[in-house]
Write a protein that binds this ligand. Structure first.
Ligand SMILES: Cc1cc2nc3c(=O)[nH]c(=O)nc-3n(C[C@H](O)[C@H](O)[C@H](O)COP(=O)(O)O)c2cc1C
Length: 413
């Protein structure tokens, strides 16, 4: 008799798993709109539209971005989950219309697309470094537009909007996040002497979102030079979360480790190819005596780690997969943009003959924008860990749990 058991992948995802903060996005780069559903935000959180719009505008700006950024003026429309400016504790659905849709309807229409327009915009010359070829082989698409439309970083507008909601939740607990650019190509910034406030203010004002004004000028020059040679540039962004309580994440299981979760969240941003927590990369070159952050105690120090503190923060605020009360520092390396005006060698998907890769309208450098998206990703993951630890269906309940935990930590003997 035939067995009726469900396929393995269904039985391995029991009801109740992953019920903290979670989100999904949908939408093609030149489709009608992007949509996002964010679920797990407690009720009663005030949603400030200006806050979301500021983050969306930041993602669109930045020296080195292409012409498309001038067409779009992203606005998130709330479809559900928010009433009279506060969350309901129900799924939040957002829609970000694509302003360019009118020009792409014939190509991207779900039904009745115009065959000539579709063929006109078809992509048969895969770009090295993009999802074009791997996606075409995987999904058996003959027109690689069917891959690149979703692989495009346009999707990150939706992530930025939900990240802003995560950040608003964190701000309720006085946890703030700063993200800035620390390298573009061969130019590195030095922000070691800046306070968090100075770093935030200077990077917000900078066209490359870099707080070191001297380095910022050199970065813009490097972008101009690369652009004029038909080339592109990558770099490194840093996101720092301030005032995070000790105790988020856990050493107890691989998928509860906060460092692993933050690394996955940052790596999920397109073109991010390496993630470092604290001084992670440099630690491999040091002896233990130089690498770890010694522990001190002062009654006067912040309650978020019960008075324990460090004079250095090489661990980037996480030990054993658990936040230790120091600032959480995540650095993410972005590779250079794959679409080149001076295209690389490739092979036609149709004819299998050598040719040069396709050229789409493209950015020369999107590292400043990546800093905004990595900030959103880090905010969402820390918000997720906060909800996991302090739970509650309402913000009031979550706040009570939080304060009670801080109090208990202080009394620990
Ligand atoms: C904000 C941002 C903007 C981007 N702009 C472009 C672009 O204009 N052209 C391009 O080819 N890739 C761009 N990318 C990179 C691609 O989205 C990415 O390299 C591609 O999806 C392949 O994914 P992978 O690099 O993670 O392997 C951008 C990435 C980000 C984060």
């Amino acid at each position: 008799m035939a067995q009726c058991s469900p396929p393995f992948h269904l039985s391995a995802t029991p009801l109740g798993k992953n019920l903290m903060l979670r989100f999904l996005t949908a939408g093609e780069s030149h489709g009608q709109a992007l949509v996002a559903i964010l679920e797990g935000v407690p009720a009663g959180l005030e949603i400030r539209r200006e806050f979301i719009e500021t983050r969306l505008a930041a993602r669109q700006s930045g020296y080195g971005r292409g012409a498309r950024m001038k067409i779009e003026r992203d606005r998130a429309e709330f479809l559900s989950g928010v009433r009279d400016g506060r969350t309901l504790g129900t799924p939040i659905a957002l829609l970000i219309p694509n302003k360019d849709w009118a020009n792409w309807q014939k190509v991207m229409a779900p039904f009745k697309a115009d065959a000539i327009a579709v063929e006109d915009r078809a992509v048969h010359r895969p770009r090295p470094g993009h999802a074009d070829l791997a996606g075409a082989l995987k999904f058996m698409h003959t027109d690689m537009r069917s891959v690149l439309e979703r692989a495009s970083a346009r999707e990150t507008a939706a992530k930025t909007a939900v990240g802003a909601i995560g950040e608003m939740l964190l701000l309720e607990f006085d946890i703030s996040i700063v993200a800035h650019v620390v390298r573009i190509g061969g130019v590195a910034a030095d922000t070691s002497r800046l306070s968090p406030k100075q770093m935030s203010r200077a990077s917000e004002k900078s066209p490359v979102r870099c707080a070191d004004t001297v380095a910022a000028r050199k970065m813009m020059k490097a972008i101009d030079e690369a652009g004029s040679e038909g080339d592109t540039l990558g770099g490194i962004v840093e996101a720092i979360a301030f005032n995070v309580p000790a105790g988020l994440g856990s050493h107890a299981q691989h998928d509860r480790r906060l460092d692993a979760r933050l690394a996955a969240a940052a790596m999920a941003v397109p073109a991010i190819k390496a993630v470092e927590i604290g001084e992670g990369v440099r630690l491999g070159q040091l002896r233990g005596s130089q690498a770890h952050d010694e522990i001190f105690y002062s009654k006067k120090k912040g309650g978020r780690s019960a008075g324990f503190y460090r004079k250095t923060n090489r661990a980037g605020g996480i030990e054993g997969g658990i936040s230790n009360g120091e600032n959480i520092v995540v650095k993410a390396t972005m590779k250079p943009i794959p679409t080149l005006k001076k295209p690389l060698r490739s092979v036609s998907l149709k004819t299998k003959r050598p040719l040069t890769a396709a050229v789409e309208r493209s950015d020369v450098c999107a590292v400043p924008a990546a800093s905004v998206i990595v900030r959103a990703a880090v905010a969402l993951e820390i918000a997720n860990a906060m909800i996991e630890k302090f739970g509650g269906d309402s913000l009031t309940e979550m706040r009570r749990n939080f304060e009670s935990y801080i109090d208990s930590m202080r009394k620990l003997r």
